[in-house]
Design a protein around this ligand. Structure first.
Ligand SMILES: [Zn+2]
Ligand SMILES: [Zn+2]
Length: 184
């Protein structure tokens, strides 16, 4: 129902709906006749539903269920968004090597899947992607604990780097020997 803010619309005294003035003139005569014939609102509703082409659809949606379904849907939607956002935050924090953000508040939804690596809960869609990522990250962490710039890491890197020059210097000396052989 449109609000009666527009001045171009006039309210039908019989049914209360708003119409443009010229439409209202035609409507009101019909509306009164219809209303007088079907006085009781319950009967008129029933008869109207039977007359329409889609009675079954309207009957299946009792008005009581409507707000419940809506709030339920919203709850699910919010949970979905929260799960995705927290998954993104964890993923981002892991990439940047920062401490992980606090876990999302416990959800009402029992279908949520808990990540075995960080123990956060995600809905099915988010969990699938997150867990595979989290698994990769956690295995990397286990096998490379000195990755975050501890004092051991640069020493190890130097050790591995030293091997390369020795290999190239060996090749160089070999080449030098060959060059000397060629000149001699
Ligand atoms: Zn009317
Ligand atoms: Zn995880």
């Amino acid at each position: 129902y449109t609000a009666a803010t527009s001045q171009d619309l006039l309210a039908c005294e019989t049914c209360g709906r708003h119409f443009a003035q010229d439409v209202l003139l035609k409507h009101e005569t019909i509306c009164r006749k219809v209303f007088n014939k079907k006085r009781r609102p319950f009967n008129s509703l029933k008869q109207r539903l039977q007359g329409t082409e889609i009675p079954s659809v309207k009957k299946q949606l009792p008005p009581k269920n409507k707000p419940e379904k809506k709030s339920n849907w919203r709850q699910l939607h919010e949970d979905f968004i929260n799960a995705i956002q927290s998954a993104k935050q964890v993923t981002k924090a892991m990439k940047e090597g920062r401490p992980l953000p606090p876990p999302p508040p416990p959800s009402i939804n029992p279908d949520y899947i808990q990540c075995p690596y960080c123990l956060r809960r995600f809905n099915e869609a988010a969990a699938e992607r997150h867990i595979s990522f989290c698994k990769e990250q956690s295995t990397r962490r286990v096998f490379a604990p000195g990755q975050k710039g501890t004092k051991q890491a640069p020493g190890k890197q130097q050790m591995t780097k030293r091997r390369e020059p020795t290999l190239t210097s060996a090749v160089e000396s070999l080449l030098q020997n060959r060059a000397q052989e060629a000149t001699s």
